[in-house]
Design a protein around this ligand. Structure first.
Ligand code: SAH
Ligand code: SF4
Ligand code: F3S
Length: 464
């Protein structure tokens, strides 16, 4: 069973929240947050914003006006780290001008010793740093800074679960719902297991309770989050797996879509696809990263499936859900990737015809096994492969998008669009982006709309 943070421990954090709120008293203090990385990080930021709100902070989008500034960081690729350092670096003037401003850094980068050393040495403007495991202790850490401690660093903590933290969600009809934390897979390129700890699942009744609250609050699209949702429940000892959880959540009354991410092909199963097909609220959409089409590369990535097994999974999903929308992640230029390996990736992309692909150039991560693998391809070769892949995928997407012309679909309106002709944005059940026009459109409602034209990134529709 995963360890849950005890009530007393949490209660003490609420004491610090109250203490900060009374310190802040009548003052109008503003907090600015910026999130890098994945949905898990976004969900974490929403908890921190929830705590900040209880402390009396108002949220602001203007970093120059903020009294508290937080960067929730990502370590998955070098680019994400560089951007975070760049952002913090650019705040040194602000800190000189207004020394009372508190600049904080948390998340996956903050969980790594090498980054902590760098911040300690070269970024004196950061006065609070805490890792992913210390998130629930944020109120006590901030209290220490506000009561005079010069710099507070906390990257300790267990692989535990904190229930009942306040949350301030982003506006709109969509909500994240974490069902588990951490990852046990240790893909050889990936830093996530090192910065997020081992897999631990929330108890099903806690998840169901949160879902019911979300539905009652009017959320229409709820995405279940975990690095590998298909291994949900393995640590609970309760005889429940992810397919069971889907069935249980599907039974919650209300009109909403359930999505989930991310799935790992080694744990995705025909049983999961049966459950998806049976559950009317589970959107017929699957994000199933395959990373490479070469068995040799997959083996060295420690992915524990073959390209043939991946193809079989997709075939099964399509038999059970003929209209399913498919997306995937691919890494180009993994150490030792040959032209032949890469062609197998291209072939898989052409054969499967994904609706959406997230393609990444391999980025070595210190501390992961692949960082010391021999790498022969030049940056130019890798870039070249990357562009070839994008071209192949763009042609596929153009064809798939065009096939929606004239279809009438159920959409969830989720925001406003930039252009004047189609003033609202919406999503299909398959999570495709649609710009819509028509009378009486309301954000947060389901509508029926007919696709009038299509482009590579967007469908354009008229409300019926
Ligand atoms: N847990 C999820 C994804 C987590 S990271 C899963 O297993 O699918 C999201 C994506 O980032 C990964 O799917 C992978 O394609 C990419 N990624 C991870 N580490 C990377 C690295 N070192 N270089 C480039 N891309 C990477
Ligand atoms: Fe990283 Fe692999 Fe875990 Fe995904 S499954 S988070 S890619 S180690
Ligand atoms: Fe990045 Fe951490 Fe997510 S490394 S991708 S923010 S789990």
């Amino acid at each position: 069973m995963p360890v849950t943070v005890s009530d007393e421990q949490l209660q003490s954090q609420f004491t610090y929240i109250d203490a900060i709120a009374s310190m802040n008293g009548g003052k109008k203090l503003r907090a600015y947050t910026h999130t890098f990385g994945c949905q898990q990080n976004e969900a974490d930021t929403e908890r921190i914003r929830g705590m900040l709100r209880e402390m009396g902070y108002e949220m602001t989008d203007d970093v120059n006006n903020a009294d508290f500034i937080l960067f929730n960081t990502c370590a998955v690729r070098e680019h994400a780290e560089d951007r975070a350092f760049g952002n913090i670096g650019s705040l040194s003037h602000l800190k000189k001008r207004r020394p009372e401003v508190v600049i904080a850094l948390c998340g996956c980068m903050a969980q790594q010793e090498k980054n902590v050393e760098k911040i300690k040495k070269s970024y004196p403007q950061v006065s609070l740093l805490f890792g992913t495991h210390a998130l629930w202790r944020f109120p006590s850490l901030l209290y220490r800074v506000l009561t005079g401690e010069k710099r507070v660093f906390d990257i300790g903590g267990e692989d535990d679960i904190a229930e009942g933290l306040p949350v301030l969600r982003a506006q709109g009809p969509k909500a994240w719902l974490s069902i588990m934390y951490g990852c046990n897979n240790f893909c050889t390129y990936c830093i996530v297991p090192y910065v997020r700890g081992r897999e631990r699942s929330r108890r099903p009744e806690e998840i169901e309770k949160e879902l019911r609250e979300l539905v009652a609050a009017g959320y229409k699209e709820i995405t279940l989050l975990g690095q590998n949702v298909n291994s949900y429940g393995k640590d609970l000892g309760l005889d429940i797996d992810f397919a069971d959880l889907l069935q249980r959540l599907n039974a919650v009354p209300g009109d909403f879509w359930l999505r989930f991410m991310t799935s790992h092909p080694k744990d995705a199963s025909p049983r999961l696809f049966d459950a998806m097909a049976e559950c009317d609220k589970v959107a017929k959409q699957l994000h199933l990263p395959f990373q490479s089409g070469s068995d040799e590369i997959l083996r060295r990535m420690n992915r524990r499936y073959t390209a043939a097994e991946y193809r079989a999974l997709i075939a099964d999903a399509r038999v059970k859900m003929p209209d399913i929308t498919l997306s995937s992640d691919i890494i180009v230029g993994f150490p030792g990737e040959t032209e032949q390996d890469f062609e197998q990736t291209l072939q898989l992309v052409e054969d499967i015809q994904f609706d959406l692909l997230f393609t990444f150039l391999y980025s070595p991560r210190t501390g992961t096994p692949a960082a010391s693998y021999e790498d022969n391809a030049t940056p130019q070769e890798k870039q070249n492969r990357f562009e070839r892949l994008l071209k192949v995928q763009d042609d596929i997407v153009a064809k798939r998008q065009a096939a929606y012309q004239g279809k009438t679909l159920r959409l969830l309106v989720d925001g406003t669009a930039k252009g004047p002709d189609y003033p609202y944005t919406a999503r299909t059940e398959g999570n495709l982006l649609v710009c819509v026009r028509g009378e009486g459109i309301e954000i947060g409602s389901f509508i029926e709309a007919t696709i009038e034209k299509t482009s590579l990134r967007c469908l354009f529709a008229q409300k019926r």
